[in-house]
Write a protein that binds this ligand. Structure first.
Ligand code: LFR
Length: 569
């Protein structure tokens, strides 16, 4: 399970007692056992920010070896392997299935200008109508156009290329011109594990090439792109067959079965986008649309999917809870989620995309989720900003910063003095983060905020909490649901101060946990596919059954908002 700044290989043990007559007698419990964890981060190689795929692969094989040994020590059978990672990034395979180059990291600035060129020819609204994706500079589509435009595979013109001989030409051929197939990072790993080349749909939905309504590659959109950018050539033929989470992709290659000690184990497609796995394991009470507020009329499901500009109230950027409640009276209730880590992915689980102009203008995304669902959310920059500051402060000190102590001091700082725009693209790239944060504070707080680490940390966390609150309420308005609680999952759910600030800012209870939601979602989908997890009635497990297993296996912490407190000024 590689993630952006560290990779974990976890094994899940699924327990539950089944009575053949009465069905299941106790809730299924899942225990996660961490088998390996390794650092992962983008590095500048070949003139750009790339991932070290071989280092990732080594970490994975080591983790699998450890999983085999832990399982055999505990007398357990390994029933499946599933891969998830961050989204959008991909590698190119040549005709022989070899990886042509290290995958680019989406944080490289090469797509900035490309995005403008793409929108000049295909306006954002036309993309949104098909793929429903928020405008982010790094969506795979922009990366592909950038790669196709490269002349020597690294964005440099080749001097004297015109009169180069054929052999030199071949050597200089771009990665794109030699690419037979595009595989997203988790699909690349699944391919190495099994030899099978597929595109798992939750992650494929972040490429910009999928139709958010049909969950299939949009031939029309791909053709349109190729018409405008002929250098993309036969893009469609380079997109693999799509599979849904839960599909058995193939068995672990025999050589790897031997090398790791795992033997023949099926590899399942899971929600291979880490955020989709995390949302699958967010213990949401019910999916939006399943539960109706008592005595209230429920609008048709289509209401959210159709263009209904009258549905939202323009100009209300930051409603408090009561305001949102008034506006959404008569609508369904739902809990929001925040998948909190390097990024914070903030939104709702829906059963159809919201493609309205209002949704587009608010820059909400419709990524795909488990069991035909849509992850209706926005990317908020997340703990990346704080983590990068901590990394640089630690480098400056020559010793790791004591994070709990820093957060304790930040909690004692006066709050709400200054909010910075955590979504600013200026924070996207690594390096120099404390300086960029300071500059943003100075722009926003003429009255001054002390130039100390705790003060900077407090501004970042206040700003994150305010952004979460805004996005949660806006998601509710745009999707036509009343948000009644927030579930924070992932590593960031351990940040007490941030949870407390979020509850205050949103005026909603915050339930924090599980921390390892991504690994848990990954394991649960495998467990269901392998037949190790059935529904409470003995039939196939539903999403609600998966979440019941999460609830039975973890203990969330709840933060109640102070009554009458709304968003920070
Ligand atoms: C989170 C995540 C986000 C995606 C970003 C870039 O790890 O997957 O969902 O937008 O990383 O891939």
């Amino acid at each position: 399970v590689p993630v952006e700044r560290s990779g974990t290989a976890s094994a899940g043990v699924v327990r539950g007692r089944t009575d053949p007559v009465r069905g299941r007698t106790d809730p299924v419990r899942v225990e996660l056992v961490e088998c390996g964890r390794f650092p992962n981060g983008p590095a500048v190689t070949d003139g750009g920010l790339h991932w070290d795929f071989e280092a990732l692969w080594d970490g994975i094989v080591t983790g699998l070896r450890e999983a085999a040994s832990i399982a055999s020590g505990r007398g357990l059978d390994v029933r499946g392997i599933g891969v998830d990672s961050w989204a959008v990034d991909h590698g190119f395979l040549d005709d022989d299935g070899a990886l042509l180059a290290q995958p680019w990291c989406y944080r490289d600035a090469r797509t900035d200008a490309v995005r403008e060129r793409v929108y000049e020819r295909i306006p954002f609204a036309e993309h949104y109508a098909v793929n429903g994706l928020q405008d982010l500079p790094f969506t795979s589509l922009f990366q592909l156009v950038a790669s196709a435009a490269e002349r020597d595979g690294r964005g440099q013109a080749v001097p004297g290329a015109a009169d180069a001989d054929a052999a030199a030409d071949a050597e200089r051929a771009t990665d794109w011109s030699r690419a037979a197939l595009v595989l997203l990072v988790p699909d690349l790993i699944t391919y190495r594990l099994t030899g099978r080349r597929v595109a798992e749909v939750t992650n494929a939905s972040t490429t910009g090439l999928l139709d958010a309504r049909t969950r299939t590659w949009s031939d029309a959109h791909v053709e349109r792109l190729v018409r405008e950018f002929p250098e993309l050539g036969d893009l469609r033929s380079r997109l693999p067959e799509l599979v849904e989470p839960g599909t058995a992709v193939g068995d672990l290659r025999p050589d790897l079965g031997d090398e790791t000690g795992l033997g023949a184990v099926p590899v399942f497609a899971v929600c291979s986008h880490d955020t989709a796995s995390a949302v699958a394991a967010a213990p949401l009470p019910q999916a939006a649309g399943q539960r109706e507020a008592p005595g209230r009329e429920t609008p048709g499901r289509e209401a959210a999917g159709q263009e209904s500009p009258g549905q939202e109230s323009p100009g209300r950027e930051t409603p408090g809870r009561e305001a949102a409640g008034q506006e959404t009276t008569g609508q369904r209730e739902a809990a929001a989620y925040i998948s909190s880590g390097t990024w914070s992915l903030v939104g709702l689980e829906l059963d159809a995309p919201v493609l309205t102009p209002a949704s587009r203008e608010a820059n909400f995304t419709n990524e795909l989720g488990i069991d035909g669902t849509v992850r209706y959310l926005r990317n908020v920059m997340g703990l990346w900003i704080l983590n990068e500051c901590v990394r640089e402060w630690s480098e400056a000190d020559g010793a790791p910063v004591d994070l709990p102590a820093l957060l304790e001091k930040a909690a004692r700082e006066p709050g709400g003095r200054c909010l910075i725009d955590v979504d600013g693209e200026e924070f996207l790239a690594p390096g120099g983060m404390p300086g960029r944060v300071r500059a943003a504070i100075d722009r926003r707080a003429p009255q001054g905020v002390a130039d100390t680490r705790p003060a900077a940390a407090r501004v970042i966390l206040d700003s994150l909490a305010a952004a979460y609150a805004r996005v949660v309420h806006r998601a509710g308005q745009l999707a036509g649901v009343e948000v009644t609680a927030i579930h924070v999952v992932g590593g960031g759910s351990q940040n007490d101060l941030l949870n407390r600030l979020t509850a205050e800012a949103a005026g909603l209870p915050v339930h924090a946990g599980p921390v390892e939601a991504t690994a848990l979602g990954n394991v649960l989908v495998q467990a269901r596919a392998a037949g190790a997890l059935t529904g409470s009635d003995g039939g196939p497990a539903s999403r609600a059954d998966l979440r019941a297993a999460v609830r039975a296996s973890t203990a969330p912490r709840t933060y109640e908002p102070t009554p009458s407190r709304g968003l920070p000024a």
